[in-house]
Design a binder for this molecule. Structure first.
Ligand SMILES: [Zn+2]
Ligand SMILES: [Zn+2]
Length: 339
């Protein structure tokens, strides 16, 4: 079958690879669409330790069941599904306490040596599947995985007292989905900081009260003029030195700061200021199965729609799609590849 194989930094090639077969407890999926995630882009650029040449990436998926192993019950051929791509041991302390994202041996489809969904077909454990209604468009359903990331993040850092104002640093897919969720949750004021003018325009149309182009204005001054004293909560969805510093600079005294971005491992931050300002630091990673379930339910309720900024390309055009998303994404918040 055809698959998009990562062959070298900034290089993806359509190749023939062996046909997968469903093992015990698995179903064989026919991939309908596979989303391009920030982590796949990171891998494409050669910056990911766990994404090496020879790998088929991809973990955001809409598919139909092509075949079920005889050991599988409850699923049948032709059903439209998505699946939770995070595999965990199900027996460590983290897994048993509902924090599967912190499993000591988690793996992800499209990482290490486990091929992902930039392919015509893939076998996955049936227990990872979620049924999708026929009415839900591929463009909405493809958001199940990134939206689970955002729902988990909100559960970790924003489930207590509702913040009066929220600043989101980074207006890519995760930042934009955070904006949509903040709006739905009724957070009164939401601002988005980015350097990409087209994404800021998208943020405006998605309901941001204030957008700040950090290439042209100082985020700290702009956000402090918009929310006196700074934002009560901040989501950092890039993970670079500059954006992490911006996140701290726009935050009010006593603010909650949520770091999600994974671009760089170490970044210097003004710790004395952060301590004196008693800012609460949260980090959040991936999702637990309950977040994925909540995400599918939210999508089925038509709670998230970024179709105007979603682009589909054939899988054979994957190289160009990755180049676009890594170099000049423009207004595209989500790229989908279709085998
Ligand atoms: Zn992802
Ligand atoms: Zn575990």
């Amino acid at each position: 079958m055809k698959a998009l194989v990562y062959t070298a930094p900034e290089r993806m090639e359509l190749q023939d690879i062996p046909e997968p077969a469903p093992g015990d407890g698995e179903v064989l999926l026919e991939i309908v669409a596979a989303g391009v995630c920030g982590s796949d882009i990171h891998g494409f650029l050669g910056h990911s330790e766990r994404r090496k040449p020879g790998l088929v990436m991809g973990h955001e998926t809409v598919a139909t069941i092509l075949e079920t192993h005889r050991s599988v019950s409850g699923w049948k051929k032709g059903q439209r599904v998505c699946f939770n791509p995070l595999l965990t041991c199900r027996s460590c302390r983290a897994c048993l306490s509902g924090r599967q994202n912190l499993c000591s041996s988690w793996t992800l489809f499209g990482m290490d040596r486990l091929h992902g969904t930039y392919a015509e077909r893939l076998a996955v454990p049936a227990r990872q599947l979620f049924a999708l209604s026929p009415e839900l468009s591929d463009e909405e359903a493809i958001l199940a995985e990134p939206m689970a990331v955002v729902l988990h993040a909100f559960r970790i850092a924003l489930s207590g007292e509702q913040p009066q104002s929220l600043a989101i640093v980074g207006g890519g897919a995760i930042g934009s989905l955070s904006l949509v969720l903040a709006r739905r949750r009724g957070i009164a004021k939401v601002a988005v900081v980015d350097v990409n003018e087209e994404r800021l325009q998208a943020a405006q149309r998605l309901g941001a009260d204030r957008v700040v182009n950090a290439a042209r204005e100082d985020p700290a001054a702009a956000i402090r003029a918009w929310a006196p004293g700074g934002a009560c909560a901040v989501i950092e969805a890039v993970g670079s030195d500059a954006t992490r510093r911006s996140a701290v600079a726009v935050a009010a005294k006593g603010a909650r700061l949520l770091f999600l971005g994974l671009a760089e491992n170490e970044s210097p931050l003004p710790w004395i200021d952060m301590v004196r300002n008693e800012q609460a630091i949260f980090t959040s990673f991936c999702y637990a199965p309950r977040d994925f379930e909540d995400s599918v339910a939210l999508l089925e309720a038509r709670g998230v729609d970024i179709r105007a900024w979603t682009e589909s390309r054939p899988l054979s055009d994957g190289q160009a799609g990755f180049l676009k998303m890594s170099k000049a994404p423009g207004a595209t918040l989500k790229m989908m590849l279709r085998p």
